[in-house]
Design a protein around this ligand. Structure first.
Ligand code: IMP
Ligand code: MG
Length: 179
């Protein structure tokens, strides 16, 4: 099979690994406090990008009531948003369940808006959203993010789970991508 060579390289580091770890532990405290009254929480983790973030975040939360469910969602192609959000596979039964949706980054908001509306159509209890990064992008609608760790400029970033066509997910920091 022929392999495509992408002419890209990692640019300036925007957030280092230590800063990510301390921001995530603060987020973990906020989430624990918000869901204090909940018996069970379905945590919907949007693959692939949010897996590392969610796993590290819940590594700080020693409470079995949070059930992590990984859902394959696609909306980006290279550095361009494809506009439509595609969910591959089924959501778990969310009837009456409290839900936390986790993504890696909030850009135009299309993905989180679509996921929030889809989850709400299943008659859940409370629904909250959490991302690691929030881009300073003009959006067509009001924010649907309840928890986030960092504001970043409107540029394409990679690392700590975020990729460019499958590359650079493994970096332990967040960096700008130069193409
Ligand atoms: P939105 O739907 O425009 O908010 O974009 C969010 C989705 O696009 C995330 O789930 C990511 O998969 C992807 N995405 C957006 N910006 C970036 C980026 O800078 N790097 C890597 N993925 C991104
Ligand atoms: Mg994504």
């Amino acid at each position: 099979m022929e392999r495509t060579i992408y002419k890209s390289q990692v640019g300036q580091i925007l957030i280092d690994a230590d800063s990510i770890a301390s921001a995530i532990s603060a987020l973990a405290r906020q989430i624990t406090s918000t869901f204090k009254q909940s018996q069970d929480v379905s945590v919907i983790v949007l693959l692939d990008g949010a897996k590392r973030f969610a796993d590290d975040l819940f590594g700080f939360i020693n409470d079995g009531k949070f059930r992590l469910e990984y859902i394959d969602v696609k909306s980006y192609n290279g550095t361009e948003s494809a506009g439509a959000v595609e969910i591959n596979g089924d959501l778990p039964n969310l009837e009456g369940a409290d839900v936390l949706i986790i993504d890696d980054i909030y850009d135009s908001g299309t993905t989180m808006k679509h996921m929030t509306e889809t989850v709400k159509s299943h008659n859940p209890g409370i629904v909250k959203t959490c991302v690691l990064l929030k881009k300073q992008t003009p959006r067509d609608y009001a924010d649907v993010v309840d928890f986030y760790a960092f504001d970043i400029p409107d540029c394409f970033v990679v690392g700590y789970g975020l990729d460019y066509n499958g590359q650079y997910r493994q970096l332990s920091y967040i960096a700008e991508l130069c193409i």
